[in-house]
Structure formats: C-alpha cells, structure tokens
Design a binder for this molecule. Structure first.
Ligand SMILES: [Zn+2]
Length: 455
C-alpha cells in the first residue's frame, strides 16, 4: 500500500512556521528525496523534472511533531482504574500487563502509532519494559508496526528487576533478571539501532522507574548505553508518592538519586519530572538532561503540573509526550500542545507558555530530547522532510493568527503528513496502513489482553 517517495514534492501558498527562523505567511517548501531542499516566501523557484505539487492555500506547515514518551502496548489496557493514583493504577495494571504477548503488542502498537500519525506525529519514541517469558518477540513486534505505519521510531528497551520481594512496586512475576535484561538490551541495540543521518530507527536503554528497578541495573544500564553510543530514558519525579518512596528507600529525592547513579547528562531524557526543586531545574539545564512533558497523563493521574516554563527559561531541553494510553486514553499528540499551554498558564499565569513556545516543545524540543536536532524538529534546507500540513479553513478560519488557531483551537485536520518526503497521511486518511484495520487491531489486542485466553 505504501507509495515510493517521489523524487520531488513542492508545497506552495502555505503559512510556514519553520520553528527555527522567521515565519513565512505565504511560502514554499521544496523536498528532494527525504530532505528539504528549499524554503522561502512566494511561489517555489522553477523545479526541473517531475514533481508532486501540493497547494497549501489555507494551510499551516509545521515540522512533524515528535513524541518523546509512550508505552504503545497500553493501547490494549485503557480505562483501568480511572480514578486511581499512579501507584494504585500501577498495582491494578501489572497483572493485566503480564498477560501480553507479541500479538497484543503488534495490534496495540499499530493502533497507537496510527493514532499518533493522525495527530501530526512523524517521530515517536516508545518505552517498553515488560517482557513475559515465552510470549514471542515483543520488541520486534512494535518495530514491525512502526515500519508498517511509516513513522520514525525510537523504541526504548525497558526493564524492571526490583519486584515486591525486594521492596519494589511490581509483583515479582513481571520483573526480569539483571543479566538477562542487559544481554537482551545489548542484543536489541546491535540488531536494530541505526545511528545514520535520516535513520528511521534508533534504540535507547530504559530501565522503568526508581520504584521498579535496582540501583545496580540503573548504573549498569548507563554504562551499557554509553559503551554502545545510544541514549538513556526513564521515568523520574512523577508523583509525591515517588518522592516519599525515594526518601524512604534511598535517603534522597528522585533527581538526587538519578544524579548519584550517573543518570543526568546530555544523552538522557526523563519522562514527567513534575516534582523538581529549584536546584533540580538548574541541574537539568547545566547537564542538558531532557524532559518529556506529558500533561494529559499528569492530569489523569493527578500527579501535578511540571515546571516546564522554568525548565525552558533555564535552557533545559523539553519535549512533549502522550505517555501510555492506559494513563492518558487516546491522547492525540497535537492536543498536548494545547494541554501543555493551558496547564502552565493555569498554574503560572497567562504568559507562562506561548502558542509558539508550545509548538517548539512539540517539535525542536522533542528532537533535542532524542538527540536529533540536526535532522528533525524544524524546517530548514538539509534537514529531513518531516512535515505536517494542517488545514485551517472551515471553523478555524475565524481566527486570524494561524499559530493561535492551531494551538488554542481544536486540532485542525491534517491535509498531509510527510515522513522523509513520503506521504503517511493524506487529507486526514492514513496512506500506509488502512485506518480501519489499525483501529480493529487495537480493539482486538484489547480483547485478547482482557480475556487472557492465550495465557
Ligand atoms: Zn510513562
């Protein structure tokens, strides 16, 4: 079903927000192969040979959105403990998650990634940290789903080794042995990680959280990632309960604990970081540690509101993430731009996060978290042609400023989504996998996990 990348694509008459550089009220983009060849005001210069021409009249062109935190398997486990705290929700969810197999992951990831594409996402990470024995290759299943949907993918090989018998939160049946984890993680990096410019797939190393992982696994994971030249990801400082757990078990707050284990640095990005001290904010900026801000999930679990405005003012990399669908049901990535903006303002006042700053976190900020700011996150010649073209006619036409219409209003329909110059969404419809089939795969995965017939 997938069409080959045309050699050239020309977009004209669009309001272009390159994120880096000046906005262009009516301009053009020329795409050659998987790269942006030219960007500028007015019509495109003469392009020799065949080219697909897209009339962007009434459209806003932005960089494709970057999702910095997710658990795709959770598409199959939505709606559980709708009113619980993080710890209550986790304890209720672990045994359900323990039933997953490669088929569940494949269906859930297909639906989750299709949903992301339909909300303007061109690059997504995923954090997968439960690997029940004898249930097939779960990591490969999500990689195959990303290939089919056509998104740039950063799967993080997650892990848990501290079950309840060792003071952790998860039951022992869902954790793995530390040597098995490190062996499987190294194998995943060697098999799938592609460090080249324009890569469609990069693997990161990602123990799950301070309350499900031993200090030894954190230290050895960081050593492994740094020896292999890949990035590090985990959860951190998500809730007040986590603060309490860390003080009780390790004698310090979560960020001090992560610092002690070698987990702050330019090759690390952390999900949530809701509960930060002033010193923590400064350390994130000084060390270049990235934050994946997931406002809907933080709202759903009542975790609090992260200090994104302070982190941005200090110069720390901040991206947006939808988080797993079990704690943030069906969250569209573009909608997180609005959610991030509104939550910052509700807490810190109307100038806390502008529409353009929020768009930047969803694009270039996310690219910084994933270590890809030289390739994606802004529209510039030489960068990859990951572009979202949003249709601002219809109901949005009553707002003059296109970025305000996009960020303050409901998410507008996608006229086109290009990943490396290839069409993934056209006129609101997926072109790579049929949308209906992706939705069905997600529903089937949910049924399979719920009934547990395969276990
Ligand atoms: Zn998460």
């Amino acid at each position: 079903m997938r069409d080959p990348a045309p050699r050239r694509v020309v977009v004209e008459n669009a309001h272009i927000v390159p994120v880096k550089g000046e906005e262009i009220p009516s301009g053009h983009l020329v795409i050659e192969g998987d790269r942006i060849a030219a960007i500028g005001p007015g019509p495109a210069p003469y392009v020799p040979g065949e080219a697909e021409r897209i009339d962007g009249s009434g459209c806003l062109a932005t960089p494709g959105l970057v999702n910095t935190h997710h658990h795709l398997y959770q598409w199959a486990a939505q709606g559980v403990t709708p009113d619980g705290t993080l710890f209550e929700w986790l304890v209720a969810s672990y045994r359900l998650w323990a039933r997953m197999d490669a088929e569940v992951v494949s269906g859930a990831a297909t639906a989750g990634l299709a949903w992301l594409a339909l909300s303007g996402c061109t690059t997504s990470s995923d954090h997968h940290y439960i690997f029940p024995k004898g249930r097939g290759d779960l990591f490969e299943a999500e990689i195959e789903a990303a290939r089919a949907v056509g998104l740039r993918f950063h799967p993080c090989r997650g892990s848990m080794d501290r079950g309840a018998s060792r003071g952790g939160l998860p039951p022992d049946e869902v954790v793995e042995d530390i040597d098995e984890i490190l062996g499987a993680t190294e194998e995943a990096v060697r098999k799938y990680h592609d460090p080249s410019f324009g890569s469609m797939l990069r693997v990161a190393v990602a123990p799950c959280s301070p309350f499900s992982v031993s200090g030894e696994l954190m230290i050895r994971s960081a050593e492994l990632a740094r020896s292999l030249g890949v990035r590090l990801h985990t959860h951190g400082a998500e809730t007040a309960d986590e603060d309490e757990h860390c003080v009780e078990q390790f004698g310090v707050l979560p960020v001090d604990y992560l610092d002690r284990l070698g987990w702050l640095g330019p090759d690390v990005w952390l999900a949530h970081c809701v509960h930060l001290t002033d010193k923590d904010v400064r350390r994130f900026a000084e060390t270049g540690t990235g934050v994946a801000h997931c406002p809907s999930s933080n709202g759903r679990l009542g975790a609090g509101i992260a200090r994104i405005s302070d982190l941005l003012a200090a110069g720390a990399p901040v991206g947006l993430g939808v988080d797993g669908a079990a704690s943030s049901e069906m969250t569209p990535l573009a909608g997180e731009i609005r959610m991030a903006m509104l939550m910052q303002r509700a807490r810190y006042g109307p100038r806390a996060l502008t529409a353009r700053q929020a768009l930047e976190t969803a694009t270039l900020g996310g690219a910084r978290c994933l270590g890809r700011e030289a390739e994606i996150g802004s529209l510039e010649p030489g960068k990859l042609a990951d572009v979202a073209l949003w249709r601002l006619g219809g109901f949005h036409a009553a707002i003059d400023d296109p970025v305000v219409a996009f960020a303050y209003g409901a998410t507008p329909p996608l006229a086109r989504l290009l990943v490396g110059g290839r069409t993934v969404v056209d006129n609101g419809e997926l072109r790579t996998v049929p949308g209906e089939a992706a939705a069905r795969a997600g529903a089937d995965a949910h049924r399979r996990l719920r009934t547990g017939d395969h276990v």
